[in-house]
Design a protein around this ligand. Structure first.
Ligand code: NAD
Length: 515
């Protein structure tokens, strides 16, 4: 093995006063750098168009985090040209050398991890721990995929045939498109980029218009690491201009997308159409939403259950694809658990992310309005237990909200809200709870809190989710430890951070020589 054994990047302990003070100082430094303009990166060059997209702090609406250059049709062509030009050389680098460069990128990120986390506090309203965890995950993706890439550098084993030599090798595919969401603004952007890149592909990255500044900062790290020009290109801008145009482009070889089911299915459909001049079938990887459930049965440790529920539901304001949005409780313990969940929820602090609350602002006005709309439909469909509206402040603050007596078919029990809203559903028994949990079009994460071996075993077999957690929270998958990704409308199950992830971005070629 070229590198030291893989291990997850540690988070930071903000209960330690020295760590807290240091991070607050970093936040101050970064605050002094807010409000600048950022370019696109095409072929290793900074490109500006004179048109900008504003990124504002969701917790303090009047604070400009920065302005990112808006790309247009011309920049799309330039970026795709650059990616294919770079592919010629990059695809011929040895796997070892590409892996080394990725480990270097991780080292640069690690040296700047607090600074990057501070940017996330301002751009996405993550509290300190959520921000550090996101940067740590980005580092993990680099370290893990660098090591996994090496396992694909050797030919695949096949049986022998008399008089012949048969060799099957992996090769990269070409220039692809990376479309990450805003919620894990660095981690998913980095993971979905460096995965295809380390095995020899080149990419055009189109980040979410909600978090373009962290993407521009990532390009600084890419340049510092010494990636050849054109291997990773960045196009920021409006989805209306960039989205379909990039997806439809005949020279895009693959699309690595993470986001909502609406966008994902649109990409799936458009990418399936072979455009004039296109000489391949585009491969699409579509990791989408969730309506994640935690089941609590009558044998459960109810304090553990309440804590797991509240942490899973309201961490980062419920804006995780893995967030618990359905709490399914067996009748016998329903009322007692609900009381505990209510009490813990009401203890959560709400405030601007730079003050490190439990719950900060949601990402933008569109999400804010959408979540409040769901809360209103919840009031009509169910019983409001706590929360139920906006919270005070100069940003997009929403109270952590819990609804009980939610009917199985209610809107708030079926649709992904992607905010701090929980639907509590009552089940007759464990079997009924499983039936409710599996009755969703999504199958991303899920969990069970139980002391019953029988129920835990049944959940392992029958709970249809990509990531099942027993007796713990249902968020926070670790790269290399809990390969992440779901089934059904939650996506194509690429299992980010898993041993087979990189194979998605390669083709297999078999050579037979008869002697
Ligand atoms: P989104 O679908 O709105 O956007 C995702 C990305 O697609 C963004 O970069 C966006 O700019 C881009 N986009 C929008 N319209 C497009 C178009 N027509 N063509 C091409 N690209 C387009 O999702 P979001 O709000 O950024 O992210 C939240 C969603 O992501 C939630 O549904 C969440 O569950 C999901 N998510 C899933 C996972 C997972 O691993 N399964 C992880 C994180 C987030």
């Amino acid at each position: 093995m070229l590198f030291e054994p893989y291990r997850n990047e540690p988070f930071a302990d903000f209960t330690d006063p020295a760590t807290l003070t240091r991070f607050r100082r970093t936040l101050e430094d970064v605050r002094g750098q807010l409000g600048k303009d950022y370019p696109l990166t095409i072929d290793g060059e900074h490109v500006t168009t004179g048109q900008y997209l504003e990124s504002r702090d969701p917790s303090r609406k009047d604070r400009l985090v920065g302005r990112a250059t808006k790309a247009g049709p011309r920049e799309i062509e330039l970026a795709i040209d650059a990616a294919w030009r770079a592919y010629e050389g990059w695809s011929r680098w040895s796997m070892e050398d590409r892996a080394r460069l990725l480990v270097k990128l991780a080292a640069i990120m690690r040296r700047r991890r607090e600074e990057l986390a501070a940017w996330e506090v301002f751009e996405a309203s993550k509290n300190y721990l959520e921000a550090i965890a996101d940067v740590a995950e980005a580092i993990d993706f680099c370290e893990y995929y660098a090591r996994m890439a090496l396992t694909h550098a050797v030919p695949l084993h096949s049986y022998t045939h008399a008089g012949e030599e048969n060799t099957t090798v992996f090769q990269p595919m070409g220039a692809g498109l990376v479309i990450p969401p805003w919620n894990f603004l660095l981690a998913i952007l980095v993971g979905t980029t460096v995965g295809p890149v380390v095995v020899g592909n080149t990419v055009v990255v189109k980040p979410s218009p909600s978090t373009p500044i962290i993407a521009a900062m990532f390009m600084e790290l890419v340049a510092e690491a010494g990636y050849p020009p054109g291997v990773i290109n960045l196009l920021t801008g409006d989805d209306a201009v960039l989205g379909d145009a990039l997806v439809d482009h005949p020279r895009v070889r693959f699309i690595n997308f993470t986001g909502s089911v609406g966008t994902g299915t649109r990409i799936f459909e458009r990418a399936a159409k072979v455009q004039p001049g296109q000489t391949w079938l585009k491969r699409t990887f579509l990791e989408m939403g969730g309506k994640d459930a935690l089941i609590v049965d009558e044998t459960a440790d109810l304090e553990l259950a309440a804590q797991a529920a509240v942490t899973s539901a309201f961490g980062f304001q419920g804006q995780k694809c893995s967030a618990m949005s359905r709490l399914i409780v067996v009748d016998e313990v329903h009322d007692e658990l609900l009381e505990r969940v209510k009490a813990l929820t009401e203890k959560l602090t709400i405030g601007p992310a730079d003050e490190n609350p439990d719950v900060a602002a949601v990402i933008n006005e569109r999400q804010y309005q959408k979540i409040l709309g769901y809360i209103e439909s919840g009031k009509a469909e169910a019983r409001l237990v706590t929360g139920g509206g906006p919270a005070a402040g100069d940003g997009w603050f929403i109270q952590p909200t819990v609804f009980a007596d939610v009917p199985v078919g209610a809107t708030i029990a079926c649709e992904e809200i992607f905010g701090p809203v929980v639907a509590v559903l009552r089940a007759k028994d464990f079997g009924h709870a499983l039936e409710i949990a599996n009755g969703s079009m999504y199958a991303l994460t899920g969990g069970v809190i139980s002391r019953s071996r029988e129920n835990l075993a049944r959940a392992r077999a029958e709970f249809q989710v990509g990531n099942l957690y027993l007796n713990r929270k249902i968020t926070g998958a670790l790269v290399g430890v809990q390969p992440f990704g779901g089934f059904k409308m939650s996506g194509s199950n690429t299992k980010a951070g898993g041993p087979d992830y990189l194979k998605n971005f390669m083709e297999m070629k078999t050579t037979t020589e008869r002697f």
